[in-house]
Design a binder for this molecule. Sequence first.
Ligand SMILES: *Cc1c(COP(=O)(O)O)cnc(C)c1O
Length: 426
Amino acid sequence: MSYKPNTICVQSGYTPKNGEPRVLPIYQSTTFKYESSEQMGRLFDLSESGYFYTRLQNPTNDAVAAKICELEGGAAAMLTSSGQAATFYSLFNICGAGDHIVASSAIYGGSFNLIAVTMKRMGIEATFLHPDVSEDELAAAFRPNTKAVFAEVLANPALVVLDIEKFARQAHAHGVPLIVDNTFPTPINCRPFEFGADIVTHSTTKYMDGHATAVGGAIVDSGNFDWLAHADKYPGLTTPDESYHGVTYAKDFGKAGYITKATAQIMRDLGSIQSPQNAFLLNLGLETLALRVERHCQNALAVAKHLESHPKVSWVNYPGLESSRYHELAKKYLPKGSSGVISFGVKGSREDAVHFMDSLKLGAIVTHVADARTCLLHPASTTHRQMTDEQLLEAGVTPDLIRLSVGIEDVDDIIADIDQALEKID
Ligand SMILES: *Cc1c(COP(=O)(O)O)cnc(C)c1O
């Protein structure tokens, strides 16, 4: 029986048996006990599934990963300690020194840095393209050693909506998977697998947790990409892993091959596991995800419309507005709403924008988005400060851009707070 998203949020992942705790328990244990060495050996060989050490797998984490997997309509999923770890693992699971990635330039600053700087130091090259490029330009970015395409469904903070089908078509025409970061829309507003994406990543730190309590990430695999059909490109999945008892992930685990490799090999060696405590908190957040996302979107649309008509606001970027250049793409990929995040420019100087920010009473200045409380940020002086002006513009971030993450408070109070702060500007 397949349930609708509201039901999956509340009920999936953990189903207690008779007499067991109603609420998902926190398995606060690093290790798991077995009666025989032989059985433990089978677990190590991956010939039997079970838990032995929390760095690789933990029952609390797995229940939460299963819920996220179901929300996305995927085949297998895993949690990571952060969204950054999810992005890195999703790529490093299929790329190594000498390989190449095609990436959207309109992505989260941390993801850009990871790919452009840190992964480059590992010998992995990347070509960044604005997601609005023509299909021909996109096609021209591929090289024989390209192993993945990476993009954000709704870019943080640029709010560019990805034409997922265009990217999927080109990725598949070049025999590589499309990996998309679906953090902002969440599976409530977009299920990228339905449009051809192969792998989805999340910073669960944002709407999924929703209360700003736990940093975390997730990777979900659709199971649709045929690694064996491109065996030469992906030897890590299609030839025996001598570091793991000779298993061949894509053959031995089918649709779970990619996630099994990321767990058994990458997580084993790099260790960015989510703590079961955080997974428990994440699960509480997920229970209300569908409700919250709906309210975030309602409030944000009302605030965006208000800002658009305000004389002290020079521009508003929200895909739900008809004035947005991404309105058509948003209607196709995000018909229920994009997210609670809006960007806009305050008329006047950079100082005026800062004055506006400092005058807010309800909205808080924090390096965060997508939690229940309304919050604001000026990316050019914070999250994106390591980028050159040119890179900033490439990522769609202007120096006057204010990112407003609309919370689930009463929308009248949010608008009143913004209005009184705009009043303070001369
Ligand atoms: C925050 C964020 C990340 C990084 O996630 P962390 O949990 O902070 O490591 C990645 N992608 C997007 C779109 C984000 O908003």
